[in-house]
Design a protein around this ligand. Structure first.
Ligand code: PLP
Length: 363
């Protein structure tokens, strides 16, 4: 069977060159004589792998020495709890949550198990189609942190300009847009992302955290949930997800060496997204996008056809020509094309051609 163009929201497409590199070294990693899958996390070759993954991430985001880069487990949802457990609980403060979609809503409900949280803005009344303007935010100047999700994977809304939060640390779930564009990391107190969309396979979560926030972890927090202890142990307090970390190293090598950095990645990502949004915008209502134009995501493009039958037919016929996993999230239905970094331009072009042909036939 040939590879298809798969538009899954995650776990998602990986660069073919990365898969091939992983395949080449799967049986025998150079100079190790064994696979990364069989390698001790305390061995020299693995030490080099995790150090190189961290160095790549630091290079891509130009991360200063005053930030830690951690490789943790439990997915992004574990971070929904770990952040308030370490930074909010016992601080005597509250945390602000800007709720722009399903994932920030879930983060807020997890955080409430750990401390007082305020909803600084809630986009649910407007079906999570947009981000708030600064004047709409009810921010607490002394909050422990202000939480956002930079790209809501389900609704396809993305922050293009960060909210103004003053000196309050900004905490960001960047699971579905990490490494999709250059950012100024110093604007964030914490930025985290599960790997399985834009950074590697499932199993590892990247956490980039400012030192003063890492230092806040209380000693009574269990070790594996404790940023300070995990950071002191360089993410090796227990056996880490060694193979996913190796894959993150390969994906970040690809971003640096093959793509040529995040500026270039961003140009391609905008071009890919524009191909689909142009068709939606020029379809006279045959295709309806979800998010308002100025907040549309470059990573996840949710859209609908005039009926559920047509949504199904679209998916079926797309699948027949090798365009797969185009169904919307089970909570909202419709269709969604996730076009992460590793989705080749040809894949988006093929989808765009199919969208045009389908419209011509069914409109
Ligand atoms: C923005 C965002 N946050 C969090 C998650 C949850 O990630 P995990 O399944 O790794 O906990 C997802 C997964 O789809 C996501 O898209």
């Amino acid at each position: 069977m040939e590879r298809v163009f798969d538009f899954s929201a995650g776990p998602a497409v990986l660069p073919v060159s990365v898969l091939k590199k992983a395949q080449e070294s799967l049986v025998c990693y150079p100079d190790a004589g064994i696979s990364v899958l069989e390698m001790s996390h305390r061995s020299k070759p693995f030490e080099a792998i995790i150090e190189s993954a961290e160095a790549n991430i630091r290079k891509l985001y130009n991360i200063p020495d005053s930030y830690r880069v951690l490789f943790l487990q439990g997915g992004a949802i574990m971070q929904f709890a770990m952040i308030p457990m370490n930074i909010l609980k016992g601080s005597g403060k509250a945390a602000d949550y800007i709720v722009t979609g399903t994932w920030s809503k879930k983060a807020l409900s997890e955080a409430k198990t750990q401390g007082t949280c305020n909803t600084a803005w809630n986009g649910s009344e407007t079906s999570f189609k947009r981000k708030p303007a600064n004047f709409e935010l009810k921010l607490d100047k002394s909050a422990a942190y202000c939480y956002i999700c930079s790209n809501e994977t389900i609704e396809g809304v993305q922050w293009q300009v960060l909210p103004e939060v003053g000196n309050v640390p900004l905490v960001c779930d960047s699971s579905s847009d990490i490494f999709s564009k250059p950012i100024d990391i110093t604007k964030y107190g914490v930025l985290f992302a599960c790997a399985q969309k834009n950074a590697g396979p499932a199993g590892v979560t990247i956490v980039i955290m400012r030192d003063d926030l890492v230092a806040k972890s209380d000693d009574n927090i269990p070790s594996l949930l404790n940023y300070k202890k995990m950071s002191e142990a360089k993410s090796l307090l227990n056996t880490p997800p060694t193979f996913p970390i190796y894959m993150v190293k390969l994906v970040t090598d690809w971003l640096l060496d093959d793509v040529g950095g995040l500026d270039k990645m961003y140009v391609t990502n905008k071009e890919k997204a524009a191909m689909l949004y142009d068709i939606i915008d020029n379809s006279d209502g045959f295709y309806t996008g979800h998010a308002n134009k100025e907040f549309r995501s470059t990573m996840n493009v949710p859209f609908r056809l005039p009926s559920e039958e047509l949504d199904k037919k679209f998916q079926q016929e797309a699948k027949e020509i090798g365009l797969t996993t185009l169904g919307g999230h089970r909570s909202v239905g419709g269709l969604r094309a996730s076009i992460y970094n590793a989705m080749p331009k040809e894949g988006v072009e093929k989808l765009a051609e199919f969208m045009k042909a389908f419209m011509k036939k069914e409109k």
